[in-house]
Ligand binder design. Structure first.
Ligand SMILES: NC(=O)c1ccc[n+]([C@@H]2O[C@H](COP(=O)([O-])OP(=O)(O)OC[C@H]3O[C@@H](n4cnc5c(N)ncnc54)[C@H](O)[C@@H]3O)[C@@H](O)[C@H]2O)c1
Length: 281
């Protein structure tokens, strides 16, 4: 049967595995790259920003890990195939694909639907969904041939719940969650598992650039676990899906959001009516 069934607690989770992290040069992608490498995988760090990919790969190598920087623009179909080709040429195969790159490009994209141009809509759909199709298409034949592999996509709580100003982003992430389920069904028989991790608000350079300190404090207060998420919170969930720890898990979406998605929808720091009615003394 596919994947390692000989793994035992204490073993490196990804010994002798090869992983690719799309968007691995910063934020959640960097944390994912680092945790997959720490678990024993050789990692291809794919990013459009050469300095980011190179810096992460260099620092991993300095720590004794195996890493290859791959500069590729995920908007480019040929570059996606070439990125998988470069990692395969260097390490022989791809066992784990982590699709982390995505997002919006800042406050400029926070607007209601009537103010979106077709080009802006397409760009957000592309950065959060279309490239995943290209990377999956590039890795799946090898995974099928070897009888195993794990694909993990970072989606978003915005792909699960509606949020104002998130139409294109939410639609793309919801599409990615559905693609995850479909690929799990299509490729399970070949030993390939496909799962998704949906973050809530995570403190990364991307969110730091658009959220004020006051807004971050409000978000933390509205979160059952009372703090913003960290890139490592998401990376650990990706590692779970990438590794034999989740050998019998496919087609799943895990919210890693400090509990926000489980809350009664009151918004803000709203107290549920039943709590407000309780005696305080
Ligand atoms: N940060 C959050 O609060 C949050 C919440 C929910 C979901 N997410 C999702 O998590 C993922 C990572 O978010 P982040 O905050 O770490 O983002 P980030 O902007 O900090 O990092 C994204 C990385 O992807 C790279 N990248 C961007 N466009 C690329 C392209 N065309 N080709 C190749 N590389 C490209 C960037 O250079 C960067 O290194 C995204 O999919 C995002 O939608 C983030």
């Amino acid at each position: 049967m596919p994947e390692s069934t000989s793994w035992r607690p204490g073993d490196a989770l990804l010994a002798d595995k090869v992983a690719v992290v799309a968007g691995g040069g910063r934020g959640i992608g960097e944390a994912t790259t680092r945790i997959l490498a720490a678990a024993g995988a050789a990692v291809g760090v794919v990013d459009v920003e050469a300095e980011r990919a190179e810096a992460v790969a260099a620092s991993l190598r300095a720590e004794g890990a195996t890493a290859l920087p791959v500069v590729a623009d995920l908007f480019d179909e040929a570059a996606c195939a070439a990125a998988i080709g470069a990692v395969t040429a260097e390490f022989g195969r791809v066992d784990v694909l982590a699709n982390v790159a995505g997002g919006m490009t800042g406050l400029a994209e926070w607007r209601h639907l009537e103010h979106w141009s077709t080009e802006q809509w397409d760009r957000v759909l592309h950065l959060n969904l279309r490239y995943v199709f290209w990377l999956c298409r590039a890795v799946l034949p090898g995974m099928v041939e070897r009888g195993g592999g794990s694909i993990v996509s970072v989606t978003s709580i915005s792909g699960v719940h509606g949020a104002p100003n998130h139409s294109a982003y939410g639609a793309a992430k919801a599409g990615l969650i559905h693609l995850t389920k479909t690929l799990a069904v299509e490729y399970g028989r070949f030993g390939v598992r496909v799962n998704a991790v949906s973050p809530g608000a995570i403190a990364t350079p991307a969110t730091d650039a658009v959220l004020s300190a006051e807004r971050k404090a409000t978000l933390a207060a509205a979160t059952p676990l009372q703090r913003p998420g960290r890139p490592d919170d998401i990376a650990r969930a990706v590692l779970y899906f990438a590794s034999p720890m989740s050998e019998y898990v496919t087609g799943q979406m895990l919210l890693v959001d400090g509990g926000v998605g489980s809350k009664f929808p009151l918004g803000g720091t709203g107290t549920h009516v039943s709590e407000a009615a309780l005696p305080t003394g």
